[in-house]
Design a protein around this ligand. Sequence first.
Ligand SMILES: *[C@@H]1O[C@H](CO)[C@@H](O)[C@H](O)[C@H]1NC(C)=O
Ligand SMILES: *[C@@H]1O[C@H](CO)[C@@H](O)[C@H](O)[C@H]1NC(C)=O
Ligand SMILES: *[C@@H]1O[C@H](CO)[C@@H](O)[C@H](O)[C@H]1NC(C)=O
Ligand SMILES: *[C@@H]1O[C@H](CO)[C@@H](O)[C@H](O)[C@H]1NC(C)=O
Length: 373
Amino acid sequence: MFSSLLLSITLVASAVTAQTTTDVNSLIAELITAPDHSSRVGDLSQDSEARRVYLFVFDFANPPAAGVTTGAGGHLVLASVADFPALVGNGIAIAAGFLGPCGMNTPHTHPRATEFLYLVNGSLTNGMITETGSRFIINNITMDQAMLLPQGSIHFQFNDNCDPVHFVSALNSEDPGVLLAAQGLFGLPPAIVAASLGQIGVEEVAGLATIIPDDIAFGSAECLARCGINPGQQPTNEQVPRVSGNALPSAIMTASTWSPSATTSYTNQSSNQSRSILGAVADSSSGSSNTPSRMQPIEIALIAVVGVMGAGYIVIAAVFFWRRSHQKHNRSYVRPGMKGRALVPSFDTDVSDDKPYDPAAASEQSLYSHAHA
Ligand SMILES: *[C@@H]1O[C@H](CO)[C@@H](O)[C@H](O)[C@H]1NC(C)=O
Ligand SMILES: *[C@@H]1O[C@H](CO)[C@@H](O)[C@H](O)[C@H]1NC(C)=O
Ligand SMILES: *[C@@H]1O[C@H](CO)[C@@H](O)[C@H](O)[C@H]1NC(C)=O
Ligand SMILES: *[C@@H]1O[C@H](CO)[C@@H](O)[C@H](O)[C@H]1NC(C)=O
């Protein structure tokens, strides 16, 4: 009796919660645990003309921020279960792509969905590899054509034009997911990435990871030149966060977005390689991982340039002092007219007596003395 009362109070409370909540996550939880379809429709009863909230309508022109992915070359809007709770139990999502001139949806896979991409206008280059061993497939589709991109395939879209294009993709999962290929690969342990790319070195891995542009990126230098676009600095915020398992060695820790708590488990090979470039690095096993020294290849190159310039100054100074002492030593051989003229002004007292007559200085001195007379 008491327990059934408690249960009904709980049910009423949860129904009230469902009606009043604006928290998408709790609404999703509500929908997932609803016993049947009509209960879910009941949960989705917050339509409001005034607030422009329609629980069965998704506005791609005015989407929730959580569904938007923006890069230098355009943006994507994804209506999936996370930002459109009505999709719970329906097994479908839609992505809308807005690619600017030369915009490229960078290579990626959808772990849980096949994509069927419909091009609204313009033309669009679609390429994919569906699995290792199968051939590369590329198609230039035009307005009103659609391309199938099977689940798990690595694929990209490239707008090789100077006008923006617009596409719409159906995905057969309410939570299709996306795995960006370059960011995903470079989010693995640096030594593993270095080895899988043919032992390119952990510094190179760290350097490359920091320049991978966010989706949507710019597609090709040829297109940018043709369309007169300066790509500038593209954002690089979509890197896989560094945790202890995929941390960079502390000596080459770089991007500020990476976890400051990252530890250095892969120090063995990398510290050796760092030494070979830098000559010496801080001992990466000394637990200094919380204060990473931000050393990357460009900085190493800058240090080398500064070092060479510094050595140049030392050589110039040595030559100067050698010449000066050489001149002093040979003063008796200098022509009378050249006496005391050094290439570089000297403030040594022993040469001040040899100053030749300077009319300008003399008149200045006489003017000065007249003024004070
Ligand atoms: C495609 O449609 C978008 C949005 O309506 C528009 O901005 C763009 O200029 C169009 N592109 C072409 C090639 O017609
Ligand atoms: C794709 O096809 C369209 C229409 O035929 C054409 O204008 C465009 O140049 C093609 N793009 C590429 C990259 O071949
Ligand atoms: C580094 O090398 C030492 C000795 O070779 C080994 O015991 C240790 O596990 C290595 N550390 C990592 C992270 O591989
Ligand atoms: C690092 O260098 C030391 C000394 O040269 C060597 O004993 C060690 O095996 C190297 N570690 C790796 C992982 O190559």
